[in-house]
Design a protein around this ligand. Structure first.
Ligand code: GLN
Length: 468
């Protein structure tokens, strides 16, 4: 019997390598788990019956192009679209022998923090199906938490790996901007989008990151990693200087139960030998979110111009081409993409560009400099990943600003191009709390090392209580 709720990807790799289980048997075990639990959770938009590799299977967020397998970005406008090529990250997983289990649900075009913006219905949190899994990579994090995939890929523009990882009690890495190829990823905000790994353990994340990261000639924003990704072993934090940015840890709206779990973990870091000190990021936390909500919609308004009924998916009407564009976009896009297209088009329009997009880019430079100064003093910074635990479905759907605030702690380091790792660090009201570890650019090995040491000491049980 394969217990998909407990089995880590590393253990599964061992089973396959020792010939104890075949890749096909593993694939079947996950499909059986999906058949049993996914009707309640809706983590998947589609599954793949025949494994196309002999290794440990993987689930991919449905913004990742997969040759011959429908790729919708959870939008009606891409319904029926089957890419003719694989995204580089999908190709790398394939080359490493990881068969595709299926494509996971998300907020339409990765715009959202709860997976409720999917045009195909929301995903539910495996810890409590009345609550959201976070978003936008909520399908991938719910699949991993519920044992419906050993590991998965998500994408993170403004928190979409870290925040749902936090709400589902799994580990997620948003890599340094430029270390993972965006070739074949449905573009949202190109100066921020990064694909990253989601898994039950930090070591699983490192194994998967090793497969996907590195320069890709098909994405000119990628670079060679300065050092290979290592599997973390360390059990302590000796010699590490850990900074606790005041504003990221005391922001309005952080639930007391979240602060308690994070503070206990900071204390644990000290016991493991870290030198812990306070620091400050006054502008990053105050301006990170507003600055993101100018830059991300601006870039989205440009990226989404390509969905016009001509090249992909849905087409509504014929005859007059302008009318066809309008009808297709009106019928194909949901409310949130429409809101972002309007915001972004306004911010980029002649006469307003300098005041909005240009100004936001300048503020972005200030945020980068502020993080750089803090990371001169400390090796890494810590904070809650999300101010709250998983919230009930529907709680924020009528209030976009309340929804946007879910990422107030996850967004600032993204604006600076920095990597962030979220690990589960305890429960509050029976729901997982995530700790965000932020490091300098290219510090993934350090984040994995610190995350692994904390994970060992915390001994968090990633199997959702109600599924035990
Ligand atoms: N929740 C944020 C947004 O709606 C981030 C989304 C993301 O990272 N893809 O834009």
């Amino acid at each position: 019997m394969i217990d998909t709720l407990r089995l880590t990807a590393e253990e599964a790799t061992g089973l396959v390598e020792r010939g104890e289980v075949s890749g096909a048997e593993l694939h079947r075990a996950y499909l059986d788990a999906i058949a049993e639990r996914d009707p309640e959770l809706h983590a998947y938009l589609c599954t793949v019956d025949e494994p196309d590799g002999e290794g440990v299977p993987i689930a991919l967020k449905d913004v990742i192009s997969t040759r011959g397998v429908e790729t919708t970005a959870a939008s009606k406008i891409l319904a029926g679209y089957k890419p003719v090529y694989d995204a580089t990250v999908a190709a790398r997983c394939k080359a490493a022998g990881l068969p595709l289990l299926g494509k996971t649900n998300l907020d339409e075009f990765a715009m959202g923090s709860s997976t409720e913006n999917s045009a195909y219905g929301p995903t539910h949190n495996p810890w409590d199906p009345n609550r959201v899994p976070g978003g936008s990579s909520g399908g991938s994090t719910a699949a991993v938490a519920a044992g419906l995939a050993p590991w998965a890929l998500g994408s993170d523009t403004g928190g979409s790996i870290k925040q749902p990882a936090s709400l589902c009690g799994v580990v997620g890495l948003r890599p340094t901007y430029g270390t993972v190829s965006r070739y074949g990823i449905v573009a949202f905000a190109s100066s921020l989008d990064q694909v990253g790994p989601i898994a039950k353990t930090v070591r699983d994340c490192a194994l998967l990151h090793r497969i996907i990261a590195g320069r890709d000639p098909l994405d000119s924003t990628t670079v060679e990693l300065p050092e290979p990704i290592e599997l973390p072993q360390a059990e302590d934090l000796k010699g590490l200087r850990v900074g606790v940015p005041k504003e990221l840890n005391e922001a309005d709206g952080i639930e007391p139960g979240v602060s308690e779990a994070v503070n206990r973990t900071i204390e644990l870091a000290r016991e493991l030998g870290a030198e812990v000190g306070e620091c400050s990021l006054p502008r990053s936390v105050e301006f990170g979110l507003p600055c993101y909500y100018l830059i991300a919609p601006s870039e989205a308004s440009s990226n989404l111009a390509r969905y016009d009924g001509v090249r992909y998916g849905l087409r509504v009407g014929n005859g007059d081409i302008r009318a066809m564009y309008e009808r297709t976009r009106d019928a194909g896009f949901g409310d949130e993409p429409k809101r972002r297209i309007m915001l972004g088009t306004y911010a980029l329009s002649a006469g307003y560009y300098d005041a909005y997009y240009g100004q936001a880019q300048k503020v972005r430079t200030l945020i980068r400099d502020e993080f750089r100064a803090a990371l001169d003093q400390f090796d890494l910074l810590v904070s809650p990943t999300s101010p709250t635990v998983a919230f009930p479905l529907g709680a924020k759907t009528d209030n976009p600003l309340a929804m946007y605030l879910s990422d107030v702690l996850a967004i600032p380091p993204n604006m600076a191009g920095l990597p962030g790792l979220s690990i589960p660090c305890g429960l509050s009201d029976g729901l997982p709390v995530g700790l965000q570890l932020i490091g300098p650019q290219f510090s993934e090995n350090l984040l994995f090392r610190a995350g692994h040491a904390l994970e060992q000491a915390l001994a968090f049980d990633y199997v959702p209580t109600r599924l035990k």
